[in-house]
Each structure stands twice: as C-alpha cells, then as structure tokens.
Design a protein around this ligand. Structure first.
Ligand code: MRU
Length: 367
C-alpha cells in the first residue's frame, strides 16, 4: 500500500484530500506552510500521526520561506493552534524546532526538511511495529476464545472486533495504528470481522470501511449507537481504537463517542485496547481533564455531506434552523476502562507507573 504523504521529484510534499475520500482520490500539493495549516484545520488531512507529519512539513516550509527566529516562532504557534487535541502535532513541531534551534539561519531549511522526512519514515516503521504488537494480542484473544468454546483451534469463526473512527493507513503515513493490527492479523490468516462505527459527524467510519474493503477484510458498518447492543449479544470480542493523546495517568483522548464504547465494553467484560504510538503519549499532561477538547463547527452537526448515486457531492440540513448545537470533536476515556495501550515498544498498562517506565525506556533508546 502506498504512503499518505509523499514528495514529488521537485521535493514538494503531496497528500490526499481526505474530504473527498473514499469516493474520489484527489491529491493536494503542500507548497507552503499556509497550505499545511489549512489542510490540518479543514481536516483535509486528519488522524493524529498524519496531522503531526503535515505539521512538521508546515514548519519546514515556513523555515524555507524565512528561517529567522521570529518567523519560526510565529509559524510554530499558527500550526500548533490548527487542531488542539492530538498531541502529535506539538510533538512533531517540537522535533523540527529542536533540530534547527541552535544552528545558523542559512542551514535551517535543509535540516528542517530532513527532520520532516525522517519523521514520516519513522511513523511508517512505528506503525508497522504497532501492527505486529496488536496482532499478537488479538491472536492470543482469538486462540483463547477458540479454546474456551472447546474448538481447540481455528474453525473459521472470525474474531469480532469493533472500532471507532479511522485509525487506518490514511490517518498516518502508512499502515495505521488500530487498523494496522487488524491488517496484520488478516495477513497472518486469522479470520477477523470488524464492526465499523460510522463516527458521526465526520463519518471517518467510511474511511475505515474503505480501507478494510481494499484489503478484503470482512466488516459491517453500524450506526454509532449500535455497539452496546452488539456487545450485549456476544457479537463483539474486543474493541480496538486509535487515540489523539494519552495523558500521564493513562486517560485517553480519542474521537467523540469512544468513551461510550469503553463503558459498554467494561459492562460486557470485553477488552478495550488503544493503539498508540508513543508520540501520542503526553507525560506533560497530568490527566484527561487537562487535555484540550476541540469544539468544531456546528455545521458538521446541522448538515450531512454525502454523494448522490451519480457521484455528485451534496450537503443537506438535518437539524431545524435555530436549534442550539454543540460539537465536541473528542472525548476522554478514563484509564480505568482501558485494558492496554498497544505501542511500537510493546503493550503497556494504562497506568501512571507503566507509562512513566515506558517513556523512560523510549527516551533512553532515543538518547
Ligand atoms: O478528527 P480526526 O479524524 O483527526 O480524529 C481522528 C481520531 O480520533 C483517530 O482515532 C486518532 O487520531 C488516531 S489515528 C491513528
């Protein structure tokens, strides 16, 4: 599968306009920092790791235009404010900033470009490892389930997973996070079926469904409120989602609606896994209550965008004129509801001590 962000022969980064997916493949060139900022703000790119990567390119392109400290600081602030919840954006901007901070202006552009490129390469490798770790966990679950059912081995009954939002390839540079585990499991020949939450209001579930279709993985799209019933009926074996930020105590910010799935999973004694690159772990944020939650445009709630059968894009109103609307983009799942974090460095409890130990290991490996 190809990458979600790539450079052309002239070194101009390109990506996919996700507002057109899955119906149309439209490429956008990111020629300037302003292009990157707009792509993030308007959700033409989305998903925490990809937002981070485009942010890194945004800062690199700003430095190419003007490498002086003042311009650099202004570009950093503008990009960081484009979307507040996913910490990968700030993490990526900090990486580029650190790379250029102590070098003469004339050397900054090349170094910043190098850092953005490295960050993208590392994201792809990181997600591949998350896929391995997650698939191992899910395979164990499939084996346990077979044993419990007295089937002693595969009988073709799929492992039924439920996911919310899109934590697939297009939310990252390559492979995805939560979906990377599903893709890997499928490649390993373990039968799997995914319940895909449609994920109102932006319907990222249609991206998940599209990515699963492309790989021939069985899936069923459901409305966001169906998961609880399916869990109660024994039709879900585990929930696996991505995330936008994990606080130091293990609380998880992810797409609005995730918390309700975690509650239903706990009530039905089902594992709730969060696939999480360590770049999404923010030890500087004490807990979920301290994570900024993005409030998005009311129009996402009052209107529904879609395609007619002939392919024409339309948007229709579904809420009466004059009704008040709230549109928080993310919610917080408390650490106590998270069975485990699946990272590129292994599976980790969503607890303050386990996270601190993991992050010490990661910084030790990087230093
Ligand atoms: O608003 P979005 O589409 O950027 O939100 C995306 C999510 O919430 C994803 O679950 C998360 O970023 C993980 S993507 C690997």
């Amino acid at each position: 599968m190809s990458r979600t962000l790539w450079s052309d022969a002239l070194g101009v980064p390109h990506t996919l306009d996700q507002s057109a997916l899955p119906f149309e493949r439209r490429e956008i060139a990111l020629r300037s920092s302003a292009d990157c900022e707009a792509a993030i703000r308007e959700m033409r790119v989305r998903g925490a790791p990809l937002i981070g990567a485009v942010g890194a390119w945004g800062l690199a392109l700003a430095i190419e235009a003007d490498p002086a400290d003042d311009a650099l600081r202004a570009a950093y602030q503008r990009l960081a404010a484009a979307r507040p919840t996913a910490v990968n954006l700030r993490w990526a901007l900090d990486r580029v900033l650190r790379r250029v901070a102590h070098v003469p202006d004339a050397q900054r552009a090349a170094l910043a470009r190098r850092e953005a490129t490295d960050l993208c390469d590392e994201d792809a490798q990181c997600n591949e490892r998350i896929g391995e770790q997650g698939a191992r966990l899910l395979r164990m679950l499939a084996e346990q389930r077979s044993t419990l059912a007295g089937m002693a081995g595969a009988d073709g009954t799929p492992l039924n997973l439920l996911t919310h939002c899109n934590a697939g390839s297009v939310a990252t540079i390559e492979h995805g996070t939560a979906l990377a585990a599903v893709f890997r499991l499928h490649e390993q020949g373990v039968p799997v079926h995914v319940w895909v939450d449609e994920t109102r209001p932006r319907n990222q579930g249609s991206l998940t469904a599209w990515e699963l279709s492309e790989r021939g993985i069985a899936h069923t799209v459901i409305v966001d409120n169906a998961g609880g019933l399916l869990m109660m009926q024994g039709r879900v074996d585990a929930v696996i989602v991505g995330c936008d930020r994990v606080a130091a105590n293990g609380d998880v910010a992810n797409k609005i609606g995730t918390y309700l799935k975690a509650l239903a999973a706990r009530d039905n004694r089902l594992p709730f896994y969060v696939a999480c690159p360590t770049s999404s772990i923010d030890v500087d944020t004490a807990d979920g209550a301290s994570i900024p939650i993005e409030e998005r445009d009311a129009r996402e709630v009052t209107h529904v965008a879609g395609r007619l059968d002939d392919g024409r894009a339309v948007e229709v109103r579904i809420v009466p004129q004059g009704s008040a609307v709230a549109n928080p983009g993310f919610d917080i799942t408390p650490a106590r509801l998270v069975t485990a974090l699946v990272t590129e460095h292994g599976v980790c409890d969503a607890s303050r001590t386990a996270i601190a130990a993991l992050m010490r290991r990661v910084s030790g490996a990087v230093a």
